[in-house]
Design a protein around this ligand. Structure first.
Ligand code: GLP
Length: 239
């Protein structure tokens, strides 16, 4: 547990930067969208701007994407990743891959994404958030714990949570293309960041509950290298 959301971001960024420096060119980063990792990316951007970190030789993969948002839609994760990761971290756009949720054939897009991940040799570090219902990526309660990248359906609670980014709830897509829990479990180091009271229940279920499809994040209990970074509110239901 850390002092606040800023401190969570600073700590996560330092872990990412250390891994990036020690691995050098060829470092592969997994990036989550949502508000939780924003301070992490801001701290990384500062390190890049100060010349303390160079990610121009690194690659990045996003966790998920909405289905049906046209290229350039400001709330598509392709655009969110461009604005919050690729540009501020001065990564090469051709080295940053987001699942193609606007593909005619989503099953093929899912397989292509998995192939690219494998081609990059897997992820060194995945920055991850968690939804209020315990989802990671867009893996909602009920999904198999071993699935690979697939087309998924957003829980209504997730659509409501994410409506703040869209004009209204009606505009939030119902479907997504997301890395599966099996995919995420293959990443070498997972850094999960969460802040705020709204995440306290999901965090407690993830860390201290049974491993269950009711809380997709709980699958991480079986991962060999996970770091969970929380502010006091998100940690408040841990015993
Ligand atoms: C979104 C994303 C997740 C994210 C989560 C939490 O729906 N698909 O990757 O971790 O929900 O979002 P936030 O950090 O904004 O609370």
């Amino acid at each position: 547990m850390l002092r606040d959301r800023e401190a969570v971001g600073a700590f996560a960024a330092e872990m990412v930067a250390e891994a990036a420096r020690s691995i050098g060119t060829g470092f592969v980063l997994g990036v989550a969208t949502g508000s939780s990792p924003v301070p992490t990316y801001e701290h990384l951007a500062r390190a890049v701007a100060n010349g303390e970190l160079d990610l121009s030789g690194a690659r990045a993969f996003a966790l998920d994407e909405y289905v049906g948002l046209p290229p350039g839609h400001p709330q598509s994760y392709a655009e969110v990743v461009r604005r919050t990761v690729t540009e501020p971290l001065r990564m090469r756009p051709e080295r940053v891959l987001v699942p193609n949720g606007f593909a005619d054939d989503l099953e093929t897009a899912a397989r292509d994404f998995e192939r690219s991940l494998a081609g990059a040799g897997g992820l060194d570090v995945q920055v991850l958030g968690i939804g209020t219902d315990g989802h990671v990526g867009f893996n909602e309660p009920g999904v198999p714990l071993t699935e690979r990248t697939h087309v998924g359906t957003l829980a209504e609670s997730t659509r409501r949570d994410n409506a703040r980014f869209f004009g209204s709830l009606d505009q939030v897509p119902h479907q997504c293309l997301t890395q599966g829990l099996g995919t995420i479990m293959g990443h070498r180091h997972v850094i999960l960041v969460a802040d705020g009271q709204a995440k306290a229940r999901a965090v407690a279920d993830m860390v201290e509950g049974d491993v269950s499809i009711d809380c997709p994040g709980s699958v991480l209990q079986g991962h060999p290298h996970v770091t969970v970074l929380l502010d006091p509110a998100a940690a408040s239901r841990l015993t």
